[in-house]
Design a binder for this molecule. Structure first.
Ligand SMILES: [Zn+2]
Ligand SMILES: [Zn+2]
Length: 242
């Protein structure tokens, strides 16, 4: 055993890593969350809307679009995510976004990469871009969570993830207090493409709620000449009952 390894195991014996969600001690020093939190994660299971990826429990046909997509189809080809934005998945994403737990970011990116491998035509994707954050918000928060996820996913596939290709042109009020229609209006025209890095793009978001932000980004990319935009998020919020 090398000295570095010996020191690492000594450190682990003295300070065993703990789960970032429940605080339970863990054996794996690289893990972000414990096995029981991992098992309790609400995963997005089929049947889901083929367009926006939202879970449609009880739907008889998984090829169906949800009622939102039937009403207003988004500008992206389709969206997929590993998790439902609820319970421990919501906690994990918030801990990564607001408390900057990078181990959780790596854990989320690994799950997103695995969904991309299985459900997105990655051989067609030429570049990965994050949903941009307003520069002021980024300075205030100190990290851009979508950019960190996008860079990690891009490097897993050996794809470029250029900085500043897609930008937010104006400050938009937080979407959480708005109705779905207001959300679309709020972000409409709020994004611009500085230079299109590729015609087939994978857009990375953290949480997909009303689809308004991803739709506005995809629309800006399509107007700049993109042929296809797919969306990969860490989680999708469950569809509320009508
Ligand atoms: Zn745990
Ligand atoms: Zn849908």
């Amino acid at each position: 055993m090398s000295l570095t390894h010996a020191l690492a195991s000594l450190r682990q014996a003295a300070y065993p890593p703990s789960c970032l969600l429940c605080g339970q001690r863990m054996m794996d020093p690289d893990a972000a969350i414990c096995l029981s939190c991992e098992r309790g994660m609400p995963r997005l299971q089929p049947p889901f809307c083929q367009r926006c990826g939202v879970s449609q429990p009880g739907a008889w046909d998984s090829a169906m679009w949800c009622r939102r997509c039937q009403r207003t189809p988004a500008a992206f080809a389709f969206a997929r995510a590993p998790l439902v934005y609820a319970g421990p998945a919501r906690e994990a994403i918030q801990a990564f976004k607001y408390r900057q737990h990078h181990r959780l970011g790596a854990w989320l990116a690994a799950h997103m990469t695995s969904v991309a491998r299985r459900q997105v035509p990655m051989s067609e994707v030429e570049a990965v871009l994050p949903v941009p954050m307003h520069w002021f918000k980024q300075r205030w928060r100190g990290q851009h969570s979508c950019a960190l996820l996008a860079q990690s996913i891009a490097s897993s596939f050996g794809l470029p993830c250029p900085d500043g290709a897609l930008i937010r042109t104006r400050w938009t009020p937080a979407q959480s207090s708005l109705t779905p229609t207001q959300r679309f209006r709020n972000v409409s025209g709020a994004f611009a493409v500085r230079r299109l890095p590729a015609r087939r793009v994978l857009l990375v978001d953290d949480v997909l709620t009303s689809r308004a932000t991803a739709h506005a980004c995809a629309e800006a990319l399509r107007q700049a000449g993109a042929d296809a935009v797919w969306v990969l998020a860490a989680a999708i919020t469950p569809l509320r009952a009508p």
